[in-house]
Design a protein around this ligand. Structure first.
Ligand code: ZN
Length: 138
C-alpha cells in the first residue's frame, strides 16, 4: 500500500470565508500516484472546517448567514469561551460544518458526485492555518 501526506496552508484575509480547495487536493492525488484508495482531507484547526458541497456563491452566502444566526460573532461577551479571545462562534461554526471529508479514489480520480467539490471553511481567519491531505491506496 502507498501513502501520501501533505499540509496545505491558507491565510484568509477575512474572518470568515469558503475556499474551493478541490484543485489542490487533485494535485496531491496526481503527485501520490495512487489509483485506487481513499483520500482524507481535514482542517488542522478547531476554528476551521473541511466540507463537501456545491461551488455556488449564493449557497455560500446562505451558509454564512445561517451560521451567523446559529452562532453570531457579536456580542463577543455572550460566550464564556471569550475570556481573552473572541472566537467562540468560530468553534461552533466549525462543529456544524465538520472537521474532515473522505473521498473515494477510483481510477486515479476523486470519485465525486456530479456537483461535489471540497471546501475549506474559515471562521477565524487573518492568520496562517493548515489542512491535512492523506491519501492511502494502491
Ligand atoms: Zn478559541
Amino acid at each position: 500500500m502507498k501513502s501520501y501526506r501533505k499540509e496545505l496552508w491558507f491565510q484568509v484575509p477575512t474572518r470568515r470565508a469558503f475556499v474551493n480547495i478541490t484543485p489542490e487536493v487533485e494535485d496531491c492525488l496526481a503527485r501520490s500516484g495512487i489509483r485506487e484508495g481513499l483520500c482524507l482531507v481535514n482542517a488542522m484547526h478547531i476554528t476551521a472546517s473541511v466540507f463537501i458541497n456545491d461551488d455556488e456563491s449564493g449557497l455560500h452566502h446562505d451558509y454564512d448567514a445561517w451560521l451567523e444566526r446559529l452562532a453570531p460573532h457579536e456580542p463577543v461577551s455572550g460566550y464564556r469561551h471569550n475570556v481573552g479571545e473572541d472566537n467562540a462562534d468560530a468553534h461552533m461554526k466549525r462543529q456544524i460544518m465538520g472537521r474532515e471529508v473522505v473521498v473515494a479514489v477510483t481510477d486515479g480520480r476523486l470519485d465525486f458526485g456530479t456537483w461535489e467539490r471540497i471546501f475549506y471553511g474559515e471562521f477565524d481567519g487573518r492568520r496562517k492555518k493548515r489542512v491535512l491531505v492523506k491519501i492511502i491506496g494502491e
